[in-house]
Design a protein around this ligand. Structure first.
Ligand SMILES: [Zn+2]
Ligand SMILES: [Zn+2]
Ligand SMILES: [Zn+2]
Length: 168
């Protein structure tokens, strides 16, 4: 799906099953290339993370796993999430304590996210300049980057609705 600034937060109607199928296919390819095992629970957790483009918390994931009649113990789910993050298939968003599927899985990158502080929607952006600058600064500090970069703010629709609220 093509991304323009306007669709980063508000995605147009689309066939989301296609997104899920693609994410699972990519995960299979990435794991095969790297000799990683996409076990059934890891695959299932990835599929649940991809049920929507919005970030999902670990507790919600546990709930979904229980509802489909295949409950999983929390440590199992946390381990699956760790695996998916390490494999670059999912990003962990510390500021929301949630997880979101990466649609650039398999491409080495540090996730860069715009996080709406109001509706908690996120948009993954990719600015090679930002990554380069951070990697250079990190290298100079002897620092190893691992998690995603998260920047908080307000998405366009929340900026509009807060304007409406103050005027009426
Ligand atoms: Zn989708
Ligand atoms: Zn990503
Ligand atoms: Zn928002």
């Amino acid at each position: 799906m093509e991304k323009t600034p306007a669709t980063l937060f508000e995605r147009p109607r689309h066939n989301h099953r296609q997104c899920i199928r693609e994410a699972l296919r990519t995960a299979e390819r990435v794991c095969a290339e790297r000799g990683l095992r996409l076990t059934p629970i890891r695959r299932r957790v990835l599929e649940l993370v991809w049920q929507q483009h919005e970030p999902i918390g670990a507790y919600e994931l546990l709930g979904s796993l229980g509802r489909d009649g295949r409950p999983a113990a929390p440590p199992t789910v946390y381990r699956a999430l760790d695996f998916l993050c390490d494999a670059g298939l999912v990003h962990r968003l510390d500021s929301l304590n949630a997880f979101v599927g990466c649609d650039r899985a398999g491409q080495a990158h540090v996730g860069q996210f715009l996080v709406c502080a109001s509706c908690r929607k996120v948009a993954e952006i990719e600015d090679p300049g930002v990554t380069r600058a951070l990697q250079r600064a990190a290298r100079e500090a002897g620092f190893a980057l691992d998690s995603a970069i998260e920047v908080k703010g307000l998405c366009a629709s929340c900026q509009n609705s807060s304007g409406d609220a103050s005027s009426g």
